[in-house]
Design a protein around this ligand. Structure first.
Ligand SMILES: C[S@@+](CC[C@H](N)C(=O)[O-])C[C@H]1O[C@@H](n2cnc3c(N)ncnc32)[C@H](O)[C@@H]1O
Length: 185
């Protein structure tokens, strides 16, 4: 069940997240290139319709894996359809989570959270769970949208992440978005 405490991006408007103009403005290969290499194990929480997912699967190659998680079955169905139509994606595992429990096992090199953290009701529990599945030298990349998330709100998120055992490694410039790269403290 999805609570009413935070707004969750509905499946019906997923076209906004999945189109050519966005690909030009937010090129997945450019955004992910510094972090996602051959053999990397990626956890993408809030994958939505999979704008980044298939690119990441190609970037990690046969020796890596992408676990793509979303709260909404409708979003996962869109990723499933993309995989079906593509030659890539055999290394993608789809997982439907609860809003207060990601529920994946294993350890990951890279956790990707694009436009999702502001939709998560209990950010403390969310980051604590991510810490439990992050490799010791792993990275968590948080990108938040410019309009929904103020500078102050991002700082509050960073404080919550630090309380969960993370520290800031970098603040990648992603104007107009707000971005932060975290690792284990
Ligand atoms: C604004 S969309 C972004 C989707 C994708 N990251 C992108 O950039 O195209 C946010 C996504 O996060 C998902 N979401 C919201 N709350 C979540 C939660 N607590 N756990 C997992 N996914 C969540 C929503 O269902 C939605 O698909």
């Amino acid at each position: 069940m999805i609570s009413n405490t935070t707004h969750v991006c509905p499946t019906e408007i997923s076209i906004i997240l999945n189109n050519r103009i966005r690909r030009w403005l937010q090129n997945p290969r450019k955004i992910l290139g510094p972090y996602v290499k051959e053999g990397v194990d990626v956890l993408e929480v809030g994958c939505g319709p999979g704008f980044f997912t298939l690119d990441m699967a190609q970037m990690v190659g046969k020796t890596g894996q992408v676990v793509a998680v979303d709260l909404q079955e409708g979003m996962l169905a869109k990723v499933r359809e993309k995989i079906r139509r593509s030659e890539a994606g055999q290394n993608i595992v789809l997982h439907k989570c609860e809003e207060d429990k990601i529920g994946v096992s294993g350890k990951f090199d890279f956790v990707f959270l694009f436009y999702v953290v502001h939709e998560v009701p209990d950010k403390g529990a969310f980051f604590r769970e991510l810490v439990s599945v992050l490799k010791a030298d792993g990275l968590i990349y948080v990108v938040e949208p410019p309009l929904h998330v103020s500078k102050k709100a991002l700082e509050e998120t960073i404080k919550i992440a630090s309380d969960a055992g993370l520290t800031v490694v970098d603040r990648p410039r992603r104007f107009p978005d707000k971005a932060v790269l975290l690792k284990m403290a």
